[in-house]
Ligand binder design. Structure first.
Ligand SMILES: [Zn+2]
Length: 332
């Protein structure tokens, strides 16, 4: 596809999305009117929710969002304009509905404009924090030798093999988990949280065993075998500098002047391809996700050629674009 036809697609999709939003706002306003007049009673339904779900045939999730939004705009009509402009969406209204009051409405809506779902949930949690379980606020036990820390979480055995663990996490944990997911995205793409945590725990145990000299030959990490990394040609200081400069995120430019920003399967990308004499210097390197690295190779060498290589050939070019594990540390 050429860039100009991709632009035509963008214009068309934006137009359709704009129409979708207009219709959705009209729907929410109509539902609000319908609700105000309690017209569902005439038709034998006990509530707007019941009516939308059963008579209109919307799924429970859709019903929840639409009815919540319809109620919201009845209470706070100032939400309608930002809804029309696409600065608020109905999921935001549904999330905030339980915590918005006459007194805080304007400030809360202003804060939530154009925010992703996770941020909106944070606003809600700040305004109406849930009670924090006691095991979380309890101080971490002092590391006295011989004293074993009590389990800080509830564990429920489900089967002989499986247990359910109730853990309350904090913001740092969420950030660490996102970082670990990104770090493991080559070796363990799509890994579950359990797998990511287990991998981290294995590292702690292995590290401890190594330090104490408990194992003669430390077991290699349980990961799929890695291909030799093409990043090996890039010197360590350059790798470190590029990684820090690009903050571990794909720097591929988007049309609107931003960047891709993905942290999944991030690789070092030569702006001028190595095969065309591009050097492995800080200036010629950026971080790029595997999708963009692959796309760049398609642009440079032609998609047909690259697809043939990916299908049939091992070799340097394939290794440069295929998903791969991060370089392994040499054992000491
Ligand atoms: Zn990318």
């Amino acid at each position: 596809m050429t860039k100009s036809s991709a632009h035509e697609w963008t214009a068309r999709l934006q137009q359709l999305l704009g129409r979708e939003r207009e219709i959705l706002v009209e729907l929410v306003l109509a539902l609000a009117d319908f609700d105000r007049q309690r017209a569902y009673l005439e038709l034998g339904y006990s509530s707007l929710w019941d009516y939308v779900h059963r008579a209109i045939g919307q799924s429970e999730t859709m019903t929840h969002y639409r009815v919540s939004a319809a109620r919201f705009v009845q209470r706070f009509p100032q939400a309608v304009e930002p809804l029309r402009a696409g600065r608020l969406c109905i999921t935001t209204l549904a999330t905030l509905a339980p915590v918005v009051t006459e007194a805080n409405c304007d400030a809360v809506l202003a804060e939530a404009m154009e925010k992703p779902k996770r941020e909106v949930e944070r606003i809600k949690a700040r305004l109406a924090p849930k009670p924090v379980p006691r095991d979380v606020v309890r101080k971490a036990p002092a590391p006295f030798p011989g004293k074993v820390a009590q389990s800080p979480v509830q564990v429920e055995l489900l089967t002989e093999e499986l247990a359910r663990r109730h853990v309350t996490t904090d913001r740092e944990f969420e950030e660490l988990l996102a970082g670990a997911r990104s770090a493991l995205s080559h070796a363990m793409p799509g890994a579950s949280e359990l797998e990511i945590l287990k991998q981290g725990l294995r590292c702690i145990v292995r590290d401890h065993e190594k330090r104490k000299g408990l194992t003669e030959r430390p077991r290699p990490p349980r990961q799929p075998t890695a291909r030799p990394s093409p990043d090996a040609a890039i010197s360590r200081p350059v790798r470190r500098a590029v990684w820090q400069r690009d903050q571990g995120r794909c720097q591929w430019p988007t049309e609107d002047g931003g960047i891709c920003g993905s942290r999944q399967r991030v690789e070092f990308h030569h702006v001028i391809d190595r095969g065309k004499g591009g050097p492995s210097t800080e200036d010629n390197l950026i971080l790029a996700c595997a999708v963009h690295n692959q796309y760049a190779a398609d642009q440079t060498w032609g998609r047909e050629f690259m697809e043939k290589l990916r299908r049939h050939g091992a070799g340097r070019l394939t290794a440069a674009v295929a998903p791969r594990a991060p370089p392994r540390r040499r054992r000491r």
